[in-house]
Design a protein around this ligand. Sequence first.
Ligand SMILES: [Zn+2]
Length: 336
Amino acid sequence: MQTEELKSFPKVELHCHLDGSLSEPALRRIIREGDQDVELLLNSMRVKSDVVNLAEYLSCFTNAMPFLQSEENLKIAAYELIKQAAEEGVIYTEVRFAPLYHGREGMTQKEAVKAVLQGLEAAEKDFSVKSRLLLCMMRGKTEAQNEETLTCAVEMRQYGVAGIDLAGNEAAYSPRLYRSLFHKAQEKQIPFTIHAGECGSIENVGISIEMGAKRIGHGVTIADDEEMKTICKNKGITLEMCPVSNLQTGAVKRIEEYPWAKMRSEGILVTVNTDNRTVSDTTLVKEWQTLDNSFGPIDQQILKQAAACAIEAAFLPWTEKEELKKILHERTSQLF
Ligand SMILES: [Zn+2]
């Protein structure tokens, strides 16, 4: 499928990290007239080669963090991300970030969340891209820090926070360690997704589902596990797959081995996402092109099914999902 055709097709994205997607226009606005070289800075936030490991991949985020320590800058980053998503044909997106990383200069988690929400809201008005925010709790951080993130999600629910996530190095920290936090999330009816089965174990996926996750971030490792796939099918679990990022972190060695097409054909609910536009140097269009090159042809029917699947899995009330389905239908019937 041609780039322009892919671009204009209405798409939905559920897995995109704000700090891993600090765009060039955002960085230019943030450093203003400073003497720092924007290209050099952006390069420091991108993975260096095609094959790294997850820990190396995660280190790229460190270089974006100094630029995201004020409310103004978070607002800019969120706004510019939605602007970029609009250019890629996204109609709805769930952006995620970990508010506990933005307090170096004294910003509280809640202030950080409010700032990002303001940026998302302003961009929604300007670019007609509906968006919601997911708050990431982090592996390796203290229970108190993660609990504060969960509290933010509860308090900011009616202002655009749609759910929570658990991110970070899954090989070192089992989801089990965070059981009590997810139990509280369930009590408060906060839906959640968990990064699992990216480069870690199938077991992490199983534990996450058993703890109540409705979606799994990545989940690539379950591709050959019939039992886990059956569980996913029976429970209607949606996988947030991120092809380019998964190649970079070594979740799969070669794109030909990427299990998106296989799991899709087996009836597993799979969605396509960028993960990190800047760190992975990708766009949602590039993700689809990558799949098209190896598993194509990707046609409009496949794209429409993917968008419908993502809408179904979105952390939105059903009325808002219905509205999105209507938009998808209207926009695609103009194309067919
Ligand atoms: Zn992720």
